[in-house]
Design a protein around this ligand. Structure first.
Ligand SMILES: *Cc1c(COP(=O)(O)O)cnc(C)c1O
Length: 362
């Protein structure tokens, strides 16, 4: 066994608890339940209990592995699978999760069969595609037909409908889109002759409507991951300041393995880099540079790492090396020193999933 110390992701549970409270509290004030989505940090097992103890009404993930760990821990929270299920995982789905998002009648039928076979029940939320063009019924009549079909099955419970925005098609969750979902929920309710328990308006990108007080009353459920665990997208990309959120719950620590003064512009004939691309290089003369022992294999996108040392700049990376400019930093760095970085969603996902990166819980 290696006595690995770095690279390391540090997780601050106190700050995570704080963010869960802040987001869920604001939703609850408006009658909106929150499923806490844990896929963005690989469902780190030590975090699950926090979600269980919080006012989240479910623990949610796209990966059954994360939900299985919650089940293994004996947590009482309902478990929600939020990637529409593979037919091949229906047995695991029914064994592990209490409910799932769905968009295929074939799969819902298979879930019903599995529930019959294993004497269980499973909740179904039908997804409507409102233009983001990922999962869900695009045709609203098809969704209503699927709702009637599901309602007639004996071993599953139709809990409601939901949608997802801002994932593939970059479509904004506007009050109009939410009204569209609300109207569809009412059409389903009319067809069924009863009310739906869940009208799920999306993920983090729908939270601004809650915050700004423009969420239609009919929407009573959100599934929130990034907005709790990372808290950066809405502030940086949507320009909505949320000073009540921590943005440094997850931090990367990596160790410096080289510090040298080198030219800033590559020397020789510029061709392709190790990923078949070509970097963008600016000649700034000879500068102090550092190399950290962590790479694209661990974090994927170096542009999504923010150095916490002032004056340090990320220059680029290869599979296993991260190159930084140290010239303008007032700190003196040495080989063996550890540098810290704040993460964004993509680096949080990759780093917490990399087998090469330690996770330290604080
Ligand atoms: C990932 C995901 C979420 C959570 O998204 P965040 O942006 O992290 O809040 C919600 N719903 C579905 C279907 C998802 O796949």
């Amino acid at each position: 066994m290696l006595e690995k110390k770095y690279p390391k992701v540090i997780v601050d549970l106190t700050k995570l608890r704080h963010n869960i409270d802040e987001i869920v509290g604001r939703c609850m004030e408006q009658g909106i339940e929150v499923a806490g989505v844990v896929k963005g940090f690989n469902g780190i097992s030590e975090t699950l209990e926090l979600y269980e103890e919080s006012r989240c009404t479910a623990i949610a993930s796209s990966r059954l592995e994360h939900l299985e760990e919650a089940k293994r821990q004996g947590l009482a929270s309902p478990l929600m699978a939020i990637r529409i299920p593979m037919l091949s995982e229906v047995a695991d789905l029914v064994r592990i999760a209490d409910m799932s998002l769905n968009s295929e009648v074939t799969v819902i039928d298979a879930i019903n069969e599995e529930c019959l076979r294993t004497d269980k029940r499973h909740g179904i939320v039908l997804m409507a595609d409102l233009g983001d063009l990922r999962e869900g019924f695009y045709n609203k009549d098809d969704l209503i037909q699927a709702a009637l079909h599901t309602e007639a099955l004996d071993h599953v419970d139709l809990l409601g409908i939901g949608t997802n925005l801002g994932c593939y098609g970059s479509i904004n969750a506007t009050p109009d889109k939410m009204e569209e979902l609300a109207a569809l929920a009412e059409a389903v309710e009319t067809a069924l002759g009863r009310e739906l328990a869940i009208v799920s308006g999306g993920g983090t990108t729908s939270f601004p409507l809650v915050y700004q007080g423009t969420m239609p009353k009919k929407i009573n459920h959100l599934r929130i991951g990034e907005g709790i665990a990372n808290g950066k997208d809405l502030q940086d990309l949507w320009n909505i300041p949320m000073p009540f959120l921590y943005t440094d719950i997850f931090k990367l620590q990596a160790e410096i393995v080289e510090i040298k003064d080198k030219p800033s512009y590559p020397v020789g004939e510029i061709f392709v880099d190790c990923f078949g691309g070509c970097g963008h290089y600016v000649d700034r003369g000879i500068r102090k540079r550092g190399i950290l022992a962590v790479g694209k294999v661990d974090f994927s996108l170096d542009s999504q790492l923010t150095p916490l040392s002032e004056g340090v700049e990320v220059l680029g990376s290869s599979s296993d090396h991260l190159i930084v400019d140290l010239e303008d930093s007032k700190e003196t760095f040495h080989v063996g020193d550890v540098m810290e970085f704040e993460l964004r969603y993509s680096t949080m996902v990759f780093l917490t999933s990399s087998p090469y990166v330690k996770v330290e819980i604080r």
